[in-house]
Design a protein around this ligand. Structure first.
Ligand code: SGN
Ligand code: CA
Length: 507
């Protein structure tokens, strides 16, 4: 009798584990590089560059207030992996080496029975851990015929356009996976990172479009010292040769990326850019006309680069449809940060201002997220790790600083945070953006620039969404400032940001 009871219990428990395993979702994270929210249809862009992303958005949720806590590549990825801010996970700027031996969520997913993979851009210097399969770009990687570092540690070059090749590798892994286990995979695309090199088939796709100049393209940076000190403007920093592919520019590094191309690619590339250059040289542009020509070229290359990205997102969605995986797979589309498309006169990111602190976030999760939701609730990239663990039914370690987004899926009115914390460290550094940290609430943003220069900025995002008017020190905003400083200090205490707290001592 005892034996039968034991057998029944074992069977029931076994079935239960099996059922849990069966109900656990697969998770795909498509993580792109520098994809600006402003360029995506689901976020209001009218350029028509993202039909597949827009399809995903219609079937899932668009998060309007998704922020990164440090708007730069490696740190953003380290935050995603750990669910901890940069000062805790130790990866503060792109020159650091990520301590991959720490508790990153893929290890926990793997231990709980998930099959895990990371393909494409990784950019954390150390090699991945916690993945059954990885194949990563060295550093920033290349657009054409990219090299990959495999799990064996060797580097090999794969012929093709980067976005296609990265997606191919991810789909190949998916096809060969162990179908009895749920999977977690990150597709780390390089595009549309500088220097915005489109696929041959997309060259010239936006040549008929004249992109409107952002209203603050000719920003004078009044009362915003850090903005005035930066080195990331279309006018002064963007290079005709390096960024915009004009061979006649004396500062021309075009050969470096041309050298990777095969003869067919090179020929098609030259056919396109030589014609543009010929026209450019006859115009003999200077002053604002030159700056605006650069802006148009920048936009055309950037948007053309995103076409392949979107096409490849379509391939991933089709793969899920064709393999009966759509229903049980959570698809997360996000970028390591936003990007300036001429706002304030800039390209690049780094600042705590909206264009770069915001990141696209679209999640489709059938059965959990109703289709077509637009969420205005704040989330941060520190919230990814707990969200994935939660979705997978794996317990969230208490050291994780983020919060699961799952309550927002079930109830779009629920809120998981009333503010987002930010801290950027890379100064002195490329593009010369001063160190700063701060708080973003639903309405206000308070930023503390520190170390090399010490000052504050305050924005009312309701009346000044473009962050042009620094209200810090204005009489009417005194009590708001006091309150925001109190909230900021509390965030620093709660998040254990000792370094930031030092700069709040006298305030
Ligand atoms: C490179 C780029 C920079 C960019 C950083 C960080 N220069 O250094 O413009 O800010 O990457 O980007 S480039 O000459 O190499 O294109 S990040 O996305 O990796 O953080
Ligand atoms: Ca990036």
């Amino acid at each position: 009798m005892k034996k039968t009871a034991f057998l029944i219990i074992t069977l029931v428990l076994g079935l239960n584990v099996f059922a849990q395993q069966k109900n656990r979702p697969n998770i795909i994270v498509i993580l792109t590089d520098d994809h600006a929210v402003q360029s995506i249809g689901a976020y209001g862009s009218k350029m028509g560059a993202t039909p597949n992303l827009d399809r995903l958005a219609k079937q899932g949720a668009v998060f309007n207030k998704a922020f990164v806590a440090n708007s730069i590549c490696g740190p953003s990825r380290a935050i995603l992996l750990t669910g901890k801010y940069s000062h805790i996970n130790g990866f503060k700027d792109n020159h650091d080496k990520f301590d991959v031996s720490q508790d990153i969520f893929p290890k926990r997913l793997q231990a709980s029975g998930f099959q895990t993979a990371w393909v494409g851009k990784w950019h954390l210097l150390s090699y991945p851990q916690g993945f059954d399969y990885w194949n990563i770009l060295p550093g920033q990687g290349q657009y054409y015929n990219p090299s990959f570092i495999s799990m064996k540690g060797d580097t090999s070059r794969i012929e093709g356009y980067g976005t296609d090749v990265i997606t191919d590798l991810a789909l190949k892994w998916l096809s060969n996976r162990d179908q009895a286990k749920p999977f977690f995979v990150v597709v780390g695309e390089k595009a549309p990172h500088r220097t915005w090199m489109p696929d041959i088939q997309d060259l010239g796709k936006f040549d008929d479009v004249t992109f409107p100049l952002p209203s603050n393209f000719y920003d004078n940076y009044d009362k915003r010292l850090a903005a005035a000190m930066q080195d990331m403007s279309v006018e002064k920093t963007m290079k005709l040769g390096y960024d915009l592919k004009m061979k006649s520019d004396p500062d021309n590094l075009a050969q470096a990326f041309l050298a990777r191309m095969n003869p067919v690619q090179k020929q098609a590339w030259s056919n396109y850019y030589d014609r543009i250059e010929e026209d450019f040289l006859t115009r003999k542009l200077s002053g604002r006309a030159l700056t605006e020509w650069k802006f148009q070229r920048y936009m055309r290359d950037y948007y053309s680069t995103t076409l392949s990205l979107d096409r490849n997102i379509g391939r991933i969605l089709d793969y899920l449809d064709n393999n009966n995986l759509t229903k049980n797979t959570m698809v997360v589309y996000t970028s390591d940060q936003g990007f300036y498309l001429g706002e304030h006169g800039w390209f690049d990111k780094r600042f705590m201002y909206e264009e770069s602190m915001r990141t696209p976030l679209i999640i489709r999760y059938p059965g959990f997220i109703k289709s077509g939701i637009v969420s205005d609730q704040m989330v941060s990239n520190v919230d990814f790790a707990p969200t994935f663990l939660d979705a997978a039914g794996v317990s969230i370690p208490k050291e994780i600083q983020g919060r699961s987004m799952m309550p927002l899926f079930k109830n779009p009115k629920a809120s998981i945070r009333r503010s987002a914390y930010y801290h950027f460290y890379e100064y002195p550094g490329e593009h010369s953006v001063l160190k700063h940290f701060g708080i973003r609430t639903r309405r206000y943003k308070l930023i503390r620039f520190y170390d090399h220069r010490n000052f504050w900025e305050l924005y009312d995002l309701q009346t000044d969404p473009n962050e042009m008017n620094n209200l810090y020190g204005e009489k009417e905003y005194q009590s708001i400032t006091v309150d925001l400083k109190k909230q900021l200090r509390q965030l620093c205490v709660d998040n254990k940001d000792i370094e930031a707290l030092k700069w709040l001592q006298d305030n």
